[in-house]
Design a protein. Structure first.
Length: 204
């Protein structure tokens, strides 16, 4: 009786062992090792700059809602809304998010020509294009810093609301451009290594 029961159990165990032995092991691409520490640092910087950018978006929406409600129902708009929207929140939203958008590969690109190239040429075209973007970002950071320093020197404020300072937000321009430049360096490194992010932000 024990032998009769043990025979099917032994047969099942042998089949399970055979099926596991026949299953191929997953292939690991050793050429795509862990990302360098400096790349992870640049990505952390892009995320750190993205957080106040998103916060500026929320604050801008809330301020516009309050302004429209006050104008419509109480005939008292929120003073300084136009200046704060254009010189505070929009500047923070746009420039601080540049590096994060580059990291996620979400900048608008025209790839009509590059898609017709061989894969190797596409990689070189990608690196050359991103290098030009990095140079442009560095130039904008340089001139943006000069403009921000001049704005700080005169304590620039709004023409409509003299007590509304504008100079602190001038420094966000070179900061955001610098974040874009360093993220472009990380993008070039990823393209040279044969891995980059798709439009969903996933490494491929």
């Amino acid at each position: 009786m024990i032998a009769a029961v043990g025979e099917p159990l032994r047969w099942r165990a042998e089949n399970v062992a055979t099926s596991h032995a026949d299953t191929p092991a997953p292939v690991v691409d050793a050429s795509r090792g862990p990302r360098p520490r400096w790349v992870r640092a640049f990505e952390a910087l892009a995320l750190a700059l993205m957080i106040p950018s998103a916060l500026a978006c929320v604050l801008m929406v809330l301020q516009i809602i309050v302004d429209v409600a006050g104008r419509t129902f109480f005939h008292r708009p929120l003073r300084g809304t136009l200046d704060m929207t254009s010189d505070w929140w929009m500047v923070a939203m746009v420039f601080l998010a540049l590096g994060y958008a580059q990291m996620r590969n979400e900048h608008i690109r025209a790839t009509v020509v590059t898609e017709l190239m061989p894969e190797a040429w596409q990689r070189w075209a990608e690196m050359a294009t991103v290098a030009l973007v990095a140079l442009l970002a560095i130039a904008m950071a340089y001139y943006g810093w000069s403009a921000a320093v001049d704005s700080y020197a005169i304590r620039e404020s709004s023409d409509n609301v003299r007590t509304l300072p504008l100079w602190p937000f001038r420094f966000l321009v070179p900061l955001g451009c610098l974040g874009l430049a360093v993220q472009c360096v990380a993008t070039i490194h990823a393209a040279a290594a044969g891995s980059q992010r798709d439009h969903e932000g996933t490494l491929i």
